[in-house]
Design a protein around this ligand. Sequence first.
Ligand SMILES: [Zn+2]
Length: 301
Amino acid sequence: MNARRFLSALVLLLSSATTFADDATDRLAERRAIRVTPELAVKCDQLLEKWKARFDEERFNYLVAPPYVIAGNGPPEKLRRYRDGTILAATRCLQKQFFKTPPAEPVLILLFESEGPYKRLAKKWFADNDVPYYGYFRHDNVMVMNVGTGTGTLVHELTHALIKPDFPTVPGWFNEGLASLYEQCSIAFDDTIKGHENWRLPGLQKALKAGKLRPLAELIADRKFYRPDLVGVNYAQARYLMFYLQEKKLLQPYYAGFRDTAKDDPTGLEALKAVIAPQSLEAFEKDWRDWVTGLEFRSGR
Ligand SMILES: [Zn+2]
């Protein structure tokens, strides 16, 4: 989430408050905290207890903000900024817009300020040897993040963590499309989150121009989203489908419809057709391709 307007304003507000009165910042965070059950709050404390010795050994700072336990090698004020400006802010938005069922288990978020400790401790603590550049979300509810690269991937992985309890059978194409949408996003004060153009656009436009982009129905039906020959363009195609639906105000109804009918429609194709009706999928796809062609991404936005 690279310095978007609304988020910047929020971060600015919170970081200046941090400088002058940490107590006030904590009170603000508390007031806007995510509602969780007392059981989950207890589980978070227990999770921190389990990890404390390891954190202390590595001189990590940590804090509990249910459903999260957040720890990192940055200074305490930086950790609080991640908590307030990104983690809790994005959580409030995503839960308001999409996810009815909150996590029943805590999510551990590990924030590394640089690549060295990120790689070293991913190996030491999880035996993860070949880690992605930006960060990743593990099946045991741990997010391991190299935040030295920015916070866009933090929101991407948060989306995975929050969709999991709400839509456990979500297919990869939708999960990655929605998570990727928020790699570049803005958060408004009314707790709404919006995705914007990002670095995945040029590759998608190139494939489209070369006539190599397969129809949306094929992407959606393909159970092998992560197949090596198409994985890059698959992420981009899924992301810009989500983006288009967002712009048409169809993303929230599509998510809810898909989740609620996934038992009979596990790929989400029928739910997509239902949400775009009366337009046909062919006509929708033509409009979508024209829209993608006309988009622009300027790096450094
Ligand atoms: Zn992902």
